[in-house]
Design a protein around this ligand. Structure first.
Ligand code: ZN
Length: 375
């Protein structure tokens, strides 16, 4: 027999405590084994007793309504319906009934979801050029971000709105559903859709934020970018993130720096790399050349006999070290530039140069054309 407890007592599903007690007294008298002639009296008496016991216990009644008669009885046989109150099967078992109690009824009564919570961190990017990364710079940054609603101060409702406990979740702020699947019972706890997790329903919502407590606003901030910053590094701006909830602090704003490619300098950590063209005679005889740096131009000695592709280091002419003293270095790679046109005088001089070195070059025609093409 799997008679529903409500019909066993002859009451409706929304019967209150008094109705249940009255119905129980009547049925108990009717089915008491000492007085009844009904052959199933003992069985019916037990059912009526159990129906009263379950339906007069708020927690059990809620569970019974949620699970249905058969599944409740099955769980009850394992002792699981009492597990949440310290008795019963303990933490093991099959169905996780302890969890059901904790999720349904708030476990130890923790309501921390209604306590102060820090707002979330927000992220944005800021593009700067290498000169700014070298010097350090203060940049203006405009972002659109959530801010506490100024009209309701984040509450989501006017201060004088009437409030009542959310009936969908009994003020718990979350709802648990239990579903039977081929793999067993699956329970899900979700933020209550009626009250949004607050446990309270208000008679009015704030018209400015539609109850969110937050509005999206444009904010312009000054970002201090320190010299020496690298691409991909993040600056944290305390308290400039999303607003906290229930009086919690704001989150932070994380600004990821992106440094644009420079047309001359290539960055390698705190060092910089630069290519600098020199002529064949400069490479042969040596010379002093002017080199551009991010801090103005400097002179560099190219020694006699320099090969194309040789690299020279200019100490301390690289990027500043972030939040430390000193700078990296600037590496200058020299490239010997082959002329793509010569005047007669240069051509004669070069031919004489080749001849003097014992080289036999067919310079009749097209020599310089070929040279040009092969590069
Ligand atoms: Zn508002």
């Amino acid at each position: 027999m799997s008679e529903d407890f409500y019909s066993a007592l002859g009451v409706s599903r929304d019967a209150d405590e008094d109705e249940i007690k009255r119905a129980y007294r009547k049925k108990a008298a009717e089915y008491h084994p000492d007085v009844s002639d009904d052959p199933d009296a003992e069985e019916k008496f037990k059912t009526v007793q159990k129906a009263k016991e379950v339906l007069l216990d708020d927690e059990k009644r809620q569970m019974y309504d949620q699970m249905g008669h058969d599944r409740f009885e099955e769980a009850d046989k394992r002792g699981a319906t009492d597990a949440g109150r310290g008795g019963g099967m303990g933490g093991g078992g099959m169905g996780g009934m302890n969890d059901i109690f904790e999720q349904f009824f708030g476990g130890g009564g923790s309501r921390s979801r209604n306590g102060p919570r820090q707002g979330s961190d927000l992220k944005t990017r800021l593009r700067i050029d290498l000169e700014d990364a070298y010097e350090g710079v203060t940049k203006q940054l405009t972002i659109t971000r959530p801010e506490r609603c100024p009209d309701c101060d984040g509450a989501g409702h006017p201060p004088d709105a009437d409030s009542r406990t959310c009936s969908a979740c009994n003020g718990q702020g979350q709802q648990t559903t239990v579903q039977q699947t081929p793999l067993g019972r699956v329970q899900q706890t979700q933020t209550c859709s009626q009250c949004g997790g607050e446990g309270t329903i208000y008679s009015e919502t704030c018209s400015t934020c539609r109850g969110d407590g937050q509005v999206r606003n444009e904010a312009t901030l000054q970002v201090e970018v320190p010299g020496g910053i690298r691409s991909g590094q993040t600056l944290r701006m305390d308290g400039e993130g999303a607003p906290g909830e229930n009086g919690g602090p704001n989150g932070d704003l994380l600004v990821e720096i992106q440094i644009e490619e420079h047309e001359l300098f290539e960055r390698d950590g705190d060092d910089l790399r630069l290519r600098h063209p020199i002529s064949f005679p400069q490479a042969v005889f040596g010379d002093t050349v002017e080199i551009e740096t991010l801090d103005g131009s400097v002179e560099m000695d190219v020694p006699a006999g320099t090969q194309s592709g040789e690299t020279f280091r200019l100490r301390g002419k690289g990027m500043p070290r972030l939040r430390r003293r000193g700078h990296g270095d600037l590496y200058v790679q020299v490239r010997i530039v082959t002329p793509d046109s010569l005047n007669d005088e240069q051509r004669e001089a070069l031919e004489a140069f080749a001849e003097a070195g014992g080289e036999e070059i067919d310079v009749e025609k097209g020599f310089f054309e070929k040279l040009k093409r092969s590069f």
